[in-house]
Write a protein that binds this ligand. Structure first.
Ligand code: HEM
Length: 470
């Protein structure tokens, strides 16, 4: 009998310990309200998959629990915040929880800037930020203009009724602009540019598929081999770029490629950072422009008002650093595009000591998601949030909102998006050049739904037609 009691007690104690350690929710060490794990191993990952994306999951989560809520990714408790007030509490935090970006690691590399925290990350960002200021791009307007004028000429040769695949054209345009702006003359050779683009597309499409499937192709698989070959070709080319750049005399105006060579990091890390900036820069600017032209095509009144502003503010001049600020309405259109598209719907931070958010304890090493897209598209700060209305960003209407309600580039720890200025300047120049010559219209009957990947992109091609302006 005693044996049985000992066995029973041992069994129950072991069971309790197993439940405590294996079942994540039982280890919840915060009072933040939120979801129980729906699966012992994967936490709420199945719920994220069911919602369609992390952005859509976060919209539901915050709808249910308010501006601070928790859930589980695998065995890890994750907290998400979605209000300007909570954003403010996170404003000084620099470090990023790299495990939330694990599927980007194969493409960007472990030592690339998004994966680099602490003093190393801060030092590198301080250096890089110097070549991403507005004035650092004063010589880039000519590039923005040349590439978009070539596209405008191409559109001019097309009949008015021809269907044009907008996102394809914007990807090709942004690719050329970004390569020339960040890397310089090396890619003025079309053959080199095309070869790089081919491998770049292979790596991006396999990474994107892995994001949707929540796992990267297994080592040894056909897809893994394709990815590795393409990535290694990209790395070889970028090494060649760096070698040539190092031996060139450097002018006063440094480009990103120059700054990378001066950052005091190994050649492998230089290559990883170059590739990371190219990949993020190309996709984000291409989809920002695609969404802007989509909203202008679906809102002809806004397009007309914008064309009028371009003509009044610039006359016949091209966009340059002295006149770009005159295009106030264009800036409002871009800001409303970033809000409506939630182009980059979330970022995240982590701290290696216990902290508090709104009175709740946040245990050390808990990833805190910044639900940028939830705030950008919620109805607390935006009346009729689904309506595209650039007037929300008039100086009058902006006064009544907290600054952080509009944070499409992030807001925390001197680690907001380094490419924000470049994105605005490129998009401004391209839209001016294209819209001066062409009226953009949607092909009738198309319904475009967003896909919230790490960059929010249209689910299907946006087909447009263009009509030459008189
Ligand atoms: C077009 C609009 C863009 C949007 C909406 C956007 C948005 C963002 C956001 C939300 C973050 C995370 C910030 C954070 O963690 O707090 C980020 C990071 C980053 N973005 Fe952008 N971005 C854009 C354009 C660009 C461009 C043009 C480039 C490069 C030329 C770029 C390169 C990067 C890099 C390298 C990081 C990581 C920085 C780090 O880890 O320190 N982005 N971006």
């Amino acid at each position: 009998m005693l044996d049985f009691v000992i066995f029973a007690v041992t069994f129950v104690v072991t069971l309790i310990i197993a439940v405590i350690y294996l079942y994540p929710t039982s280890r919840k060490t915060t009072t933040v309200p939120g979801l129980e794990a729906s699966n012992q191993e994967t936490g709420n990952v199945p719920d994220i998959e069911r919602a369609g994306s992390l952005q859509e999951f976060l919209v539901d989560l915050h709808g249910q629990y308010g501006s601070i809520a928790s859930f589980w990714i695998g065995q890890k408790l994750v907290v998400s915040v979605a209000s300007p007030k909570l954003f403010k509490e996170q404003q000084a935090v620099f470090d990023r929880p790299v495990e939330l970006m694990r599927l980007f690691r194969p493409l960007f590399g472990s030592s690339s800037i998004p994966f680099t925290n602490k003093a190393d990350g801060r030092t590198r960002r301080t250096k890089y930020d110097k070549v991403f200021t507005r004035s650092a791009f004063k010589n880039s307007y000519a590039i923005f203009h040349k590439v978009s004028a070539d596209l405008s000429t191409k559109w001019s040769t097309m009949p008015d009724e021809q269907h044009i695949p907008l996102t394809q054209h914007m990807l090709a345009l942004s690719f050329k602009i970004l390569m020339w702006t960040l890397v310089g003359d090396y890619f003025k050779d079309d053959k080199k540019l095309l070869e790089f683009r081919k491998n770049f597309d292979v790596c991006w499409s396999i990474t994107e598929e892995s994001l949707l499937a929540e796992s990267f192709p297994e080592e040894g698989s056909q897809q893994f081999k394709r990815f590795s070959q393409a990535k290694s070709a990209l790395h070889d080319t970028l090494k060649d770029v760096l070698q040539k750049q190092r031996s060139r005399p450097r002018g006063n105006d440094l480009m990103f490629v120059d700054m990378v060579t001066l950052a005091g990091i190994s050649e492998d890390t230089q290559v990883e950072d170059l590739l990371t900036f190219i990949v993020w820069g190309v996709h984000k600017t291409a989809f920002m422009l695609s969404w802007a032209l989509y909203f202008l095509a679906t809102h002809p009144d806004v397009q007309q008002k914008l064309v009028k502003e371009i003509s009044t503010a610039l006359g016949e001049s091209e966009v340059n650093e002295n006149n770009v600020d005159k295009l106030r309405y264009l800036r409002q259109v871009l800001d409303e595009t970033l809000r409506c598209s939630a182009l980059s719907p979330w970022s995240a931070r982590v701290q290696d000591f216990d902290t508090e958010l709104e009175g709740h304890k946040i245990p050390k090493n808990t990833p805190v998601i910044h639900a940028l897209g939830v705030v950008l598209q919620g109805d607390t700060w935006w009346a009729e949030p689904n309506k595209f209305d650039p007037d929300r960003f008039s100086s009058e209407n902006t006064k009544s909102r907290p600054l952080l309600a509009f944070s499409p580039f992030g807001f925390a720890g001197k680690r907001t998006c380094p490419g924000a200025q470049l994105a605005y300047l490129e998009a401004t120049s391209v839209l001016v050049t294209l819209l001066r010559q062409h009226k953009v219209k949607m092909v009738e009957g198309l319904v475009i739904n967003p896909v919230y990947g790490i960059v929010t992109h249209p689910g299907d091609e946006i087909w447009i037609t263009v009509e030459k302006r008189k």
